[in-house]
Design a binder for this molecule. Structure first.
Ligand SMILES: NC(=O)C1=CN([C@@H]2O[C@H](COP(=O)(O)OP(=O)(O)OC[C@H]3O[C@@H](n4cnc5c(N)ncnc54)[C@H](OP(=O)(O)O)[C@@H]3O)[C@@H](O)[C@H]2O)C=CC1
Ligand SMILES: O=C(CO)COP(=O)(O)O
Length: 328
Protein backbone atom coordinates (compact mmCIF):
# COMPACT_ATOMS: atom_id res chain seq x y z
CA UNK A 1 0.00 0.00 0.00
CA UNK A 2 1.43 3.38 -1.03
CA UNK A 3 0.98 5.80 1.89
CA UNK A 4 2.58 9.08 0.88
CA UNK A 5 -0.26 11.50 0.24
CA UNK A 6 -3.14 12.30 2.57
CA UNK A 7 -6.48 13.95 1.94
CA UNK A 8 -8.20 15.23 5.07
CA UNK A 9 -11.90 15.90 4.58
CA UNK A 10 -13.06 18.62 6.99
CA UNK A 11 -11.31 21.88 7.78
CA UNK A 12 -12.50 22.20 11.36
CA UNK A 13 -10.42 21.84 14.51
CA UNK A 14 -9.85 18.10 14.24
CA UNK A 15 -9.34 17.90 10.49
CA UNK A 16 -6.77 20.67 10.65
CA UNK A 17 -5.02 19.06 13.61
CA UNK A 18 -4.84 15.68 11.85
CA UNK A 19 -3.56 17.39 8.71
CA UNK A 20 -0.86 18.94 10.87
CA UNK A 21 0.03 15.56 12.42
CA UNK A 22 0.24 13.92 9.00
CA UNK A 23 2.38 16.75 7.66
CA UNK A 24 4.70 16.52 10.68
CA UNK A 25 4.96 12.80 9.91
CA UNK A 26 6.33 13.71 6.48
CA UNK A 27 3.21 13.19 4.43
CA UNK A 28 2.04 15.55 1.72
CA UNK A 29 -1.39 16.71 2.87
CA UNK A 30 -4.43 18.18 1.18
CA UNK A 31 -6.94 19.67 3.62
CA UNK A 32 -10.41 19.85 2.13
CA UNK A 33 -12.70 22.55 3.54
CA UNK A 34 -15.95 23.81 2.09
CA UNK A 35 -15.32 27.50 2.79
CA UNK A 36 -13.24 29.16 0.05
CA UNK A 37 -12.12 32.00 2.33
CA UNK A 38 -10.83 29.50 4.86
CA UNK A 39 -9.01 27.58 2.12
CA UNK A 40 -7.39 30.80 0.98
CA UNK A 41 -6.33 31.64 4.55
CA UNK A 42 -4.72 28.23 5.05
CA UNK A 43 -2.83 28.49 1.75
CA UNK A 44 -1.63 32.03 2.22
CA UNK A 45 -1.32 32.65 5.99
CA UNK A 46 -0.84 29.01 7.09
CA UNK A 47 -3.39 29.46 9.84
CA UNK A 48 -6.99 28.36 10.40
CA UNK A 49 -7.99 31.15 12.75
CA UNK A 50 -11.63 30.19 13.18
CA UNK A 51 -10.74 26.77 14.52
CA UNK A 52 -7.14 26.89 15.75
CA UNK A 53 -6.43 30.54 16.46
CA UNK A 54 -2.90 31.64 15.69
CA UNK A 55 -1.45 28.12 15.45
CA UNK A 56 0.94 28.04 12.50
CA UNK A 57 0.25 25.20 10.09
CA UNK A 58 2.87 23.06 8.43
CA UNK A 59 3.91 24.12 4.92
CA UNK A 60 3.21 20.57 3.65
CA UNK A 61 -0.49 21.31 4.05
CA UNK A 62 -2.35 22.65 1.02
CA UNK A 63 -6.02 23.47 1.33
CA UNK A 64 -8.66 22.91 -1.31
CA UNK A 65 -12.44 23.03 -1.63
CA UNK A 66 -12.51 19.70 -3.48
CA UNK A 67 -11.03 16.31 -2.73
CA UNK A 68 -8.43 14.97 -5.14
CA UNK A 69 -6.66 11.61 -5.37
CA UNK A 70 -4.70 10.54 -2.28
CA UNK A 71 -3.22 7.36 -0.79
CA UNK A 72 -4.92 7.93 2.58
CA UNK A 73 -8.27 9.64 3.23
CA UNK A 74 -9.06 10.97 6.68
CA UNK A 75 -12.68 11.89 7.36
CA UNK A 76 -12.92 14.61 10.01
CA UNK A 77 -16.35 16.20 9.94
CA UNK A 78 -19.01 15.94 12.67
CA UNK A 79 -20.57 12.47 12.93
CA UNK A 80 -23.91 13.68 11.60
CA UNK A 81 -22.17 15.13 8.51
CA UNK A 82 -20.05 12.09 7.65
CA UNK A 83 -22.55 10.59 5.22
CA UNK A 84 -22.91 13.84 3.28
CA UNK A 85 -19.17 14.49 3.27
CA UNK A 86 -18.47 10.97 1.94
CA UNK A 87 -21.16 11.46 -0.69
CA UNK A 88 -19.37 14.57 -1.93
CA UNK A 89 -16.13 12.69 -2.66
CA UNK A 90 -15.87 11.28 -6.20
CA UNK A 91 -16.48 7.54 -5.59
CA UNK A 92 -13.43 6.35 -7.56
CA UNK A 93 -11.14 8.22 -5.12
CA UNK A 94 -12.29 5.89 -2.34
CA UNK A 95 -12.04 2.52 -4.06
CA UNK A 96 -9.41 0.35 -2.39
CA UNK A 97 -8.18 3.29 -0.28
CA UNK A 98 -7.72 3.39 3.48
CA UNK A 99 -10.33 5.73 4.95
CA UNK A 100 -9.64 6.79 8.52
CA UNK A 101 -12.83 7.68 10.38
CA UNK A 102 -12.15 10.20 13.12
CA UNK A 103 -15.59 11.46 14.13
CA UNK A 104 -16.81 10.40 17.55
CA UNK A 105 -20.52 9.86 17.25
CA UNK A 106 -23.42 7.63 16.24
CA UNK A 107 -25.73 8.66 13.44
CA UNK A 108 -29.21 9.94 14.19
CA UNK A 109 -31.96 7.89 12.58
CA UNK A 110 -29.87 4.98 11.30
CA UNK A 111 -28.11 4.41 14.68
CA UNK A 112 -25.02 3.69 12.57
CA UNK A 113 -21.41 3.72 13.68
CA UNK A 114 -19.01 5.69 11.47
CA UNK A 115 -17.71 2.60 9.71
CA UNK A 116 -21.26 1.42 8.98
CA UNK A 117 -21.80 4.75 7.23
CA UNK A 118 -18.62 4.17 5.23
CA UNK A 119 -19.77 0.66 4.24
CA UNK A 120 -23.00 2.21 2.94
CA UNK A 121 -21.37 5.04 1.05
CA UNK A 122 -18.14 3.45 -0.18
CA UNK A 123 -18.20 -0.33 0.26
CA UNK A 124 -14.87 -0.72 -1.54
CA UNK A 125 -12.96 1.59 0.81
CA UNK A 126 -10.86 0.07 3.61
CA UNK A 127 -12.14 1.26 7.02
CA UNK A 128 -9.96 2.41 9.91
CA UNK A 129 -11.00 4.18 13.08
CA UNK A 130 -8.87 6.71 14.93
CA UNK A 131 -9.75 7.67 18.49
CA UNK A 132 -8.18 8.44 21.84
CA UNK A 133 -7.39 11.33 24.19
CA UNK A 134 -6.44 14.09 21.80
CA UNK A 135 -7.56 17.68 21.81
CA UNK A 136 -7.09 19.29 18.41
CA UNK A 137 -5.16 22.22 19.89
CA UNK A 138 -2.68 19.83 21.52
CA UNK A 139 -2.13 17.78 18.37
CA UNK A 140 -1.76 20.87 16.19
CA UNK A 141 0.74 22.42 18.58
CA UNK A 142 2.87 19.29 18.60
CA UNK A 143 2.19 18.41 22.23
CA UNK A 144 2.67 14.68 22.93
CA UNK A 145 -0.44 12.72 22.00
CA UNK A 146 -1.19 9.00 21.72
CA UNK A 147 -4.20 7.56 19.94
CA UNK A 148 -5.63 4.21 18.87
CA UNK A 149 -5.84 3.36 15.17
CA UNK A 150 -8.01 0.31 14.59
CA UNK A 151 -8.36 -1.64 11.37
CA UNK A 152 -9.27 -5.13 10.24
CA UNK A 153 -5.89 -6.11 8.78
CA UNK A 154 -2.99 -5.94 11.27
CA UNK A 155 -0.30 -5.38 8.64
CA UNK A 156 -2.20 -2.56 6.95
CA UNK A 157 -3.04 -0.95 10.28
CA UNK A 158 0.59 -0.95 11.42
CA UNK A 159 1.69 0.50 8.08
CA UNK A 160 -0.86 3.27 8.40
CA UNK A 161 0.16 3.99 12.00
CA UNK A 162 3.76 4.28 10.84
CA UNK A 163 2.76 6.67 8.05
CA UNK A 164 1.05 9.01 10.52
CA UNK A 165 3.43 8.74 13.47
CA UNK A 166 5.63 11.70 14.29
CA UNK A 167 7.71 12.91 17.19
CA UNK A 168 4.62 14.14 19.01
CA UNK A 169 1.87 11.93 17.57
CA UNK A 170 1.91 8.23 18.44
CA UNK A 171 -0.80 5.98 16.98
CA UNK A 172 -1.12 2.51 18.52
CA UNK A 173 -2.43 -0.13 16.11
CA UNK A 174 -5.44 -2.17 17.19
CA UNK A 175 -7.98 -4.51 15.65
CA UNK A 176 -11.21 -3.83 17.54
CA UNK A 177 -12.73 -1.28 15.18
CA UNK A 178 -16.20 -1.56 16.74
CA UNK A 179 -14.96 -1.19 20.31
CA UNK A 180 -12.90 1.86 19.41
CA UNK A 181 -15.71 3.66 17.63
CA UNK A 182 -18.35 2.86 20.25
CA UNK A 183 -16.02 4.03 23.03
CA UNK A 184 -15.25 7.25 21.14
CA UNK A 185 -18.94 7.99 20.69
CA UNK A 186 -20.04 7.11 24.23
CA UNK A 187 -17.36 9.04 26.07
CA UNK A 188 -18.99 12.23 24.81
CA UNK A 189 -22.27 11.23 26.46
CA UNK A 190 -20.49 10.69 29.77
CA UNK A 191 -18.57 13.96 29.35
CA UNK A 192 -21.93 15.76 29.20
CA UNK A 193 -22.85 14.05 32.47
CA UNK A 194 -19.54 14.89 34.14
CA UNK A 195 -19.75 18.49 33.00
CA UNK A 196 -23.26 18.64 34.46
CA UNK A 197 -21.91 17.33 37.76
CA UNK A 198 -19.44 20.21 37.81
CA UNK A 199 -22.00 22.78 36.65
CA UNK A 200 -24.42 21.67 39.36
CA UNK A 201 -21.60 21.69 41.94
CA UNK A 202 -22.13 18.06 42.95
CA UNK A 203 -18.48 17.55 43.83
CA UNK A 204 -15.35 15.75 42.65
CA UNK A 205 -16.37 12.51 44.38
CA UNK A 206 -19.56 12.35 42.35
CA UNK A 207 -17.64 12.97 39.16
CA UNK A 208 -15.19 10.14 39.80
CA UNK A 209 -18.00 7.78 40.76
CA UNK A 210 -19.68 8.71 37.51
CA UNK A 211 -16.54 8.03 35.47
CA UNK A 212 -16.14 4.59 37.05
CA UNK A 213 -19.77 3.63 36.51
CA UNK A 214 -19.61 5.05 32.98
CA UNK A 215 -16.68 2.76 32.27
CA UNK A 216 -18.72 -0.26 33.44
CA UNK A 217 -21.69 0.86 31.34
CA UNK A 218 -19.49 1.45 28.33
CA UNK A 219 -18.13 -2.11 28.67
CA UNK A 220 -21.69 -3.49 28.55
CA UNK A 221 -22.51 -1.40 25.49
CA UNK A 222 -19.30 -2.21 23.62
CA UNK A 223 -19.73 -5.93 24.24
CA UNK A 224 -23.37 -5.90 23.16
CA UNK A 225 -22.46 -4.07 19.96
CA UNK A 226 -19.82 -6.63 19.00
CA UNK A 227 -16.65 -5.01 20.36
CA UNK A 228 -14.30 -6.14 23.08
CA UNK A 229 -14.40 -4.74 26.63
CA UNK A 230 -10.59 -5.10 26.72
CA UNK A 231 -10.35 -2.22 24.26
CA UNK A 232 -11.62 0.06 27.01
CA UNK A 233 -8.41 -0.38 28.99
CA UNK A 234 -6.64 1.56 26.23
CA UNK A 235 -6.44 5.04 24.82
CA UNK A 236 -9.82 5.03 23.10
CA UNK A 237 -11.52 3.87 26.30
CA UNK A 238 -10.00 4.86 29.61
CA UNK A 239 -7.72 7.43 27.98
CA UNK A 240 -10.42 9.44 26.26
CA UNK A 241 -13.03 8.91 28.97
CA UNK A 242 -10.80 10.44 31.62
CA UNK A 243 -9.65 13.29 29.36
CA UNK A 244 -13.10 14.35 28.25
CA UNK A 245 -14.79 13.74 31.59
CA UNK A 246 -12.36 15.89 33.57
CA UNK A 247 -11.30 18.71 31.28
CA UNK A 248 -13.04 22.05 30.79
CA UNK A 249 -11.23 22.14 27.44
CA UNK A 250 -13.73 19.53 26.21
CA UNK A 251 -16.67 20.97 24.35
CA UNK A 252 -18.91 18.17 25.58
CA UNK A 253 -17.86 18.86 29.15
CA UNK A 254 -18.51 22.58 28.65
CA UNK A 255 -21.97 21.81 27.27
CA UNK A 256 -22.64 19.60 30.28
CA UNK A 257 -21.53 22.37 32.64
CA UNK A 258 -24.11 24.66 31.10
CA UNK A 259 -26.78 21.97 31.55
CA UNK A 260 -25.71 21.59 35.16
CA UNK A 261 -26.14 25.31 35.69
CA UNK A 262 -29.75 24.92 34.57
CA UNK A 263 -29.63 26.03 30.93
CA UNK A 264 -31.69 24.17 28.35
CA UNK A 265 -30.19 22.61 25.21
CA UNK A 266 -31.82 25.31 23.12
CA UNK A 267 -30.39 28.09 25.28
CA UNK A 268 -26.90 26.60 25.17
CA UNK A 269 -26.97 26.25 21.38
CA UNK A 270 -28.40 29.75 20.97
CA UNK A 271 -25.51 30.98 23.12
CA UNK A 272 -23.06 29.80 20.46
CA UNK A 273 -21.91 26.47 21.91
CA UNK A 274 -19.25 24.68 19.91
CA UNK A 275 -19.84 21.19 18.51
CA UNK A 276 -20.76 18.77 21.32
CA UNK A 277 -21.16 15.36 19.66
CA UNK A 278 -22.75 13.82 22.76
CA UNK A 279 -25.92 15.84 22.23
CA UNK A 280 -26.80 13.97 19.02
CA UNK A 281 -25.26 10.67 20.10
CA UNK A 282 -27.11 10.36 23.43
CA UNK A 283 -30.57 9.56 22.02
CA UNK A 284 -28.97 7.12 19.56
CA UNK A 285 -27.06 5.38 22.35
CA UNK A 286 -30.22 5.28 24.45
CA UNK A 287 -32.16 3.68 21.60
CA UNK A 288 -29.37 1.15 21.01
CA UNK A 289 -29.20 0.28 24.71
CA UNK A 290 -32.94 -0.35 24.76
CA UNK A 291 -32.96 -2.42 21.58
CA UNK A 292 -29.97 -4.49 22.73
CA UNK A 293 -31.29 -4.93 26.27
CA UNK A 294 -28.24 -3.25 27.83
CA UNK A 295 -28.56 -1.75 31.31
CA UNK A 296 -27.43 1.86 30.65
CA UNK A 297 -28.83 4.10 33.39
CA UNK A 298 -26.29 6.87 32.75
CA UNK A 299 -27.03 7.16 29.05
CA UNK A 300 -30.71 7.15 29.95
CA UNK A 301 -30.21 9.88 32.56
CA UNK A 302 -28.36 12.13 30.11
CA UNK A 303 -31.10 11.53 27.54
CA UNK A 304 -33.76 12.53 30.08
CA UNK A 305 -31.97 15.82 30.79
CA UNK A 306 -31.23 16.63 27.14
CA UNK A 307 -34.81 15.94 26.08
CA UNK A 308 -36.13 18.10 28.90
CA UNK A 309 -37.96 15.18 30.52
CA UNK A 310 -36.13 15.52 33.83
CA UNK A 311 -33.91 18.01 35.61
CA UNK A 312 -30.48 17.21 37.01
CA UNK A 313 -31.71 16.90 40.61
CA UNK A 314 -34.36 14.39 39.57
CA UNK A 315 -32.00 12.17 37.56
CA UNK A 316 -29.39 12.24 40.31
CA UNK A 317 -32.01 11.23 42.89
CA UNK A 318 -33.14 8.45 40.55
CA UNK A 319 -29.62 7.12 40.04
CA UNK A 320 -28.83 7.23 43.76
CA UNK A 321 -32.03 5.40 44.73
CA UNK A 322 -31.65 2.48 42.35
CA UNK A 323 -31.66 -0.87 44.18
CA UNK A 324 -28.24 -1.60 45.67
CA UNK A 325 -26.29 -4.14 43.64
CA UNK A 326 -22.96 -5.88 43.42
CA UNK A 327 -20.27 -3.90 41.62
CA UNK A 328 -19.81 -5.33 38.13
N1 LIG B 1 -11.68 18.95 18.17
C1 LIG B 1 -11.13 17.92 18.79
O1 LIG B 1 -10.31 18.10 19.72
C2 LIG B 1 -11.44 16.53 18.37
C3 LIG B 1 -12.55 16.23 17.58
N2 LIG B 1 -12.81 14.93 17.25
C4 LIG B 1 -13.98 14.62 16.45
O2 LIG B 1 -13.84 15.13 15.14
C5 LIG B 1 -15.12 15.39 14.58
C6 LIG B 1 -15.11 16.79 13.97
O3 LIG B 1 -14.93 17.67 15.06
P1 LIG B 1 -14.20 19.07 14.95
O4 LIG B 1 -13.31 19.16 13.79
O5 LIG B 1 -13.64 19.36 16.27
O6 LIG B 1 -15.46 20.02 14.68
P2 LIG B 1 -15.43 21.54 14.23
O7 LIG B 1 -16.75 22.08 14.62
O8 LIG B 1 -14.21 22.18 14.71
O9 LIG B 1 -15.31 21.45 12.63
C7 LIG B 1 -16.26 20.77 11.87
C8 LIG B 1 -15.83 20.83 10.43
O10 LIG B 1 -16.68 20.01 9.65
C9 LIG B 1 -17.16 20.79 8.55
N3 LIG B 1 -18.46 20.31 8.17
C10 LIG B 1 -19.59 20.30 8.88
N4 LIG B 1 -20.58 19.76 8.17
C11 LIG B 1 -20.03 19.40 6.97
C12 LIG B 1 -20.55 18.78 5.80
N5 LIG B 1 -21.84 18.43 5.71
N6 LIG B 1 -19.71 18.58 4.77
C13 LIG B 1 -18.43 18.95 4.84
N7 LIG B 1 -17.88 19.53 5.93
C14 LIG B 1 -18.69 19.74 6.97
C15 LIG B 1 -17.18 22.21 9.07
O11 LIG B 1 -17.20 23.10 7.98
P3 LIG B 1 -17.54 24.66 8.17
O12 LIG B 1 -16.37 25.26 8.90
O13 LIG B 1 -17.66 25.13 6.77
O14 LIG B 1 -18.80 24.72 8.96
C16 LIG B 1 -15.87 22.23 9.84
O15 LIG B 1 -14.81 22.38 8.96
C17 LIG B 1 -16.14 15.21 15.72
O16 LIG B 1 -16.77 13.98 15.61
C18 LIG B 1 -15.27 15.24 16.97
O17 LIG B 1 -15.80 14.46 18.02
C19 LIG B 1 -12.01 13.91 17.63
C20 LIG B 1 -10.92 14.15 18.40
C21 LIG B 1 -10.55 15.46 18.84
O1 LIG C 1 -12.55 13.93 21.59
C1 LIG C 1 -11.94 14.84 22.09
C2 LIG C 1 -10.67 14.65 22.81
O2 LIG C 1 -10.21 13.34 22.71
C3 LIG C 1 -12.49 16.22 22.01
O3 LIG C 1 -13.51 16.32 22.93
P1 LIG C 1 -14.64 17.42 22.73
O4 LIG C 1 -15.28 17.15 21.40
O5 LIG C 1 -15.56 17.23 23.89
O6 LIG C 1 -13.97 18.77 22.76
Amino acid sequence: MLLETVSVIGGGAWGTALAQAAAMAGRSVSLVARDAAQVNEINTSHTNARYLGSQELHHNITASTEAGPADIIILAVPAQASRAALGAIPPDLLVGKPVILSAKGLETGTLDRQSEILFDMAPEAIPFVLSGPSFAADVAAGRPTAVTLAGDDATQTSALALALAGPSFRPYAADDRIGVEVAGALKNVYALACGAVEGADLGASARSALIARAYAEMARMVTAMGGSATTLTGLAGLGDLTLTCTSVQSRNYQFGMALGRGQTVEEIIAGGAKLAEGVATTPVADALAKSLGVDAPLVHAVEAVLSGNADIATVVAGLMSRPLKRED
